[in-house]
Design a binder for this molecule. Structure first.
Ligand SMILES: Nc1ncnc2c1ncn2[C@@H]1O[C@H](COP(=O)(O)OP(=O)(O)O)[C@@H](O)[C@H]1O
Ligand SMILES: [Mg+2]
Length: 226
């Protein structure tokens, strides 16, 4: 069964001559547990698509269905719960809270939700991501690769079905980028999470089960131009 389906999805910005078709009639789906990479030039609509899937933005037309639920049918508070529980975002700039330690950052979303962490799971995730020794450190003391590994741990511990990663290795050198993307793939697989990752990097896109190409607001299974 599909975890994510988008139907006739359109997102237009502006109007008349200035209209930008950021998403121009997209039909696509991502299977449960699948890892899909989205590649495409800057401005082609990748972030817009990810934000629609994550319920951060509303389409001009068309439908987004996640885990069998159409986002258009959700009321504002249901959408807030969806964003908190169903999807996890990983951003290029890590988005850690600078005044919280690594452990506090990882537990932050659970805390907002008033849920208690599963200590065994937390320990396992932290170990897999090589953060066991850094739990009391603050983000500023960490390398970029370590900060992104904290963001991955935070997402996994908060337990969403779908992980949406927007150029997660964009600020990392190629060695750290490979490492982070590899860990993201490995942990998503291990914990049966569906993963959608935007990347500029051809090599990293090859880690995915399937690569989709975004060009001028259209999403294709095959690359059209180079
Ligand atoms: N809030 C917005 N207002 C107006 N135009 C936007 C907005 N967000 C994105 N766009 C435009 O939509 C297109 C797609 O942007 P984006 O999804 O960020 O592309 P990508 O992530 O592939 O670089 C671009 O032309 C961009 O300028
Ligand atoms: Mg983008």
């Amino acid at each position: 069964m599909d975890m994510v389906t988008v139907r006739k999805l359109k997102k237009y910005y502006g109007s008349g001559e200035n209209q930008v078709r950021a998403l121009d009639d997209i039909d696509s789906s991502v299977a449960r547990g699948e890892f899909v990479a989205i590649v495409g030039a800057s401005g082609s609509g990748k972030t817009t698509l990810l934000n629609m899937i994550g319920g951060l933005d509303v389409p001009t037309e068309g439908e987004v269905i996640v885990d069998g639920v159409s986002l258009a049918g959700l009321r504002e508070e249901q959408l807030a719960v969806f964003r908190r529980k169903k999807v996890g975002f990983i951003f290029q700039n890590y988005n850690l809270v600078p005044t919280l330690t690594v452990k506090e950052n990882i537990l932050f979303p659970l805390e907002l939700d008033g849920s208690a962490p599963n200590e065994d799971y937390l320990k396992e995730v932290v170990g897999l991501l090589g953060l066991g020794e850094r739990l009391c450190a603050y983000p500023a003391a960490l390398s970029g690769g370590q900060q992104q590994r904290v963001a991955i741990a935070r997402t996994l511990v908060s337990g969403p079905s779908v992980i949406l990663a927007d150029e997660p290795t964009g600020n990392l050198d190629s060695r750290n980028g490979q490492n982070v993307a590899g860990l993201l793939k490995m942990t998503a697989e291990l914990y049966h999470r569906t993963l959608v990752m935007i990347t500029h990097n051809q090599e990293l896109s090859q880690l995915a089960d399937r690569v989709l190409y975004m060009e001028d607001g259209k999403l294709r299974e095959q690359r059209i131009s180079l």
